[in-house]
Design a protein around this ligand. Structure first.
Ligand code: BG6
Ligand code: MG
Length: 222
């Protein structure tokens, strides 16, 4: 259940920016090198999942397996391609209404944090010019257990100084929705309701939420 929101925690990929297309291009390039196909449908399984787990899923799709050292080399190769793509990003790639919505919550006195599984999150925030929209940033370099473990969200809540029960998570991936549930937080799913069944509320984008969340009240107006 969503109560009054004092802290808002945002996933990055798929909520603020569509980086899934760049992850896909880089993973597909690796699959092609390894001699198998990797389809957009296969890519859906990688959303919200850590880099090494993504590689495991990719290799499972291609029916291949490698020793741990080779896996690290393959993941690093994919990441170097991915970084080439994201270095070319700019503010035009922010999803419609996302910065405005986060800015609106901040104006209403809600603390904001980013909690992403991506180790590249700081580069992406910098490219988009939106680091200033967050009181706290938790990225893939700061967590030991990736989503669906609640660690990233709990760390973000603690960095904002807001108890988990007063936080709402904005997530596009099933693994993230489960992590938010395990953290005891409210959940707004961003995307299609069919794939976000456990969310308290689902919207197509952050831009659509302005009218939907009357409970994001201004403390001064209470
Ligand atoms: C998540 C993405 O945000 O970050 C996943 O949804 C990705 O698809 C994960 O695998 C890790 O990203 P990175 O940038 O550390 O490889
Ligand atoms: Mg995501």
């Amino acid at each position: 259940m969503i109560g009054e929101m004092r802290g808002a925690i945002f996933d990055l990929d798929g909520v603020i920016v569509d980086t899934a297309k760049y992850h896909y291009l880089a993973w597909r390039r690796l699959a092609t090198q390894l001699g198998f196909d990797f389809t957009p449908a296969d890519n859906e399984r990688l959303k919200g999942v850590s880099r090494m787990r993504s590689l495991e899923i990719l290799l499972e799709v291609g029916g291949r397996s490698f020793d741990p050292a080779t896996c690290r080399t393959l993941a690093a190769r994919k990441n170097s391609w991915y970084v080439e793509y994201i270095r070319a990003m700019d503010a035009r790639e922010i999803l419609p209404g996302a910065s405005e919505y986060i800015g609106l919550l901040r104006k209403a006195g809600v603390k904001t944090a980013l909690a992403s599984a991506s180790k590249n999150a700081p580069t992406i925030l910098e490219r988009l010019g939106i680091s200033g929209l967050f009181d706290a940033v938790v990225d893939g370099t700061q967590v030991t257990n990736s989503k669906p473990d609640p660690e990233a969200f709990l760390l973000a809540a603690s960095a904002m100084g807001v108890p988990p029960r007063d936080c709402v998570v904005f997530e596009d991936a099933e693994a993230g929705v489960e992590a938010a549930r395990r953290a005891g937080m409210g959940i707004v799913g961003i995307g299609r309701p069919e794939s976000l069944k456990d969310a308290d509320l689902v919207a197509a984008s952050l831009g659509q939420l302005r009218a939907l969340l009357p409970w994001a009240r201004c403390p001064a107006g209470r």
